[in-house]
Design a protein around this ligand. Sequence first.
Ligand code: SPV
Ligand code: MN
Length: 624
Amino acid sequence: MNETAEINLEEKLGEENYGKISIISNPHLNEFLSKYIKHLKPESVFVCTDDDKDIEYIRLKAIENGDEKQLKLPGQTIHYDGYFDQARDKENTKLLLPQGVDLGQNINSLDREEGLKKVHEILEGTCRGKELYIMFLCLGPVDSEFSISCVQVTDSAYVAHNGTLLFRPGFEQFKRLGGSDDFLKFVHSAGELDGAVCANIDERRVYIDLASDTVYSANTQYGGNTIGPKKLAMRLAIQRASTEGWLCEHMFIMGVHGLGNRVTYFAGAYPSMCGKTSTAMMSGETIVGDDIAYFKVIDGVFRAVNVEQGMFGIIGDVNEKGDPLIYKTLTTPNEVIFSNVLDEDGTPRWTGDGRKPPVSGVNHSGEWTPGKKGPDDKEVSISHKNARYTVAISSLENADELLNDSNGVKLAGVIYGGRDSDTSIPLEQAFDWVHGVITKGATLESETTAATLGQEGVRTFNPMSNLDFLSIPIGRYIQVNIDLGGKASKPPLIFGVNYFLKGDDGNYLNGMQDKRVWVKWMEKRVRGEVEAIKTPTGFIPHYEDLKDLFNDVLGKDYSKEDYNTQFTIRVPELVAKIDRIIVIYKEKVPDTPEILYKVLKEQKDRLEQAQEELGDYILPNQLT
Ligand code: SPV
Ligand code: MN
């Protein structure tokens, strides 16, 4: 890295910005910044500290340079990503691995030398004529055992602006590092622009260098590809966590409110379109986080933090009726970045917003009217189906009071939520931590929906809903999960939920609000206040307890008939699922821990024995 000495940071940054960097006084930071300022060749550089003035500078820059447009309500802005740059690019997101390192066929990877060479070629000089923003952000609450410092250089004020809403500020955190090199680094450039969007999508790359804790992202603007501390940092954190014995999970954290104002914390992993955000934002409860959590066992206590402090949420179908709290934040003066929705004369509009549909406006496809066809000849909807809002959780009425607590929250339960129409019952508690990690987490599947490309109803394997972000072999990741529970004096209870079970007529068996009852039952289980029925696959609620809860929570009469249909143990489907999952592990996961096969085999044996005695479809009262 001797070449880095060639640029004089002080000269390039100017007195004010260099002054900020010199307060941190970290030679590793200076080396990184020198190297990439030299390589990217920006016209100017802005260093963002935790100061409100600096954060406001970023917000205004995004508007000034056209990355965002001011909407009518104060604080609201809108941004468009390119028409073909609307989601995470899984194909071009690769882990760079030194020769001889193999993470298995499930993880997209590339030879490290080759990848570094390519991405540096792509990035060279891409910030000519632009300003480069240097952002300091903190993963997890600041000044805590969970904190990880990050620095991101980006030529996108939109990416920088998102960082300020989504993450805790990291400048003060960086100062605490002293001269240590213990920080994550992100280098992003949108590349050449066509108007305000990326011109070279075909050269889009997200390359993750585990060896140097650096992620490079080029020729893309979509948040999941560019906002470094979010999905890009997950890969670095998962690797680090596996060596240090903790977990980085793709999970929400919520507080469930019980008797006498007590709050009990749950984390939940759900593949996309399985109800993750709607669970985290459930009415009557409070939210700590909606997407990424770190778990650590500290002095025997299982603790969790939200890595972020904001939400980058899907906006489609957010309306006053279904999501009153988010809707309110999005429709009153608050700092909100809308991405890829429709601008109707300064008012943001989106598919399913519950208002009279707009007849014209501007969206990610340009000027829009109903029925418009996009460059791919497909009809363009009001907003893209992956259109998003960025808000600080603190602007939501249901923000939990421990959101920024440096000790995190004590975690009492973990929920795994899949989507299947015919196999898993709506709610079940695993026998114990290991049984839950394996039969609820490691076997998580979701059926494809009409919202994704391709055939509907195809089951996709997605252990812990974390497959996209794993940077260690799956088997090792499962083992780290198993081990963490063993370190806790009282590991969280593990639950499986399925909101999408269908009846013989093809209709869903549960209403959208039923999950509000399920979490109350979980809360009571954690507190030891309700009994359960033992089935071959876990513990399920008694009818009477659910009947009471349906009445208390939803003011609804819950019939025995509904209970029986929903909670029938479907033996042939459950056995088929075990067989299917075992094949996946046998074929694709060579480092699968033996315990996984053992636990699944025991479960299959229990199911087959019950089948012999009670038949294919077993009602709960046959098991009491
Ligand atoms: C997800 O896709 O899991 C998200 C949005 O939470 S993104 O930031 O694109 O990853
Ligand atoms: Mn996510």
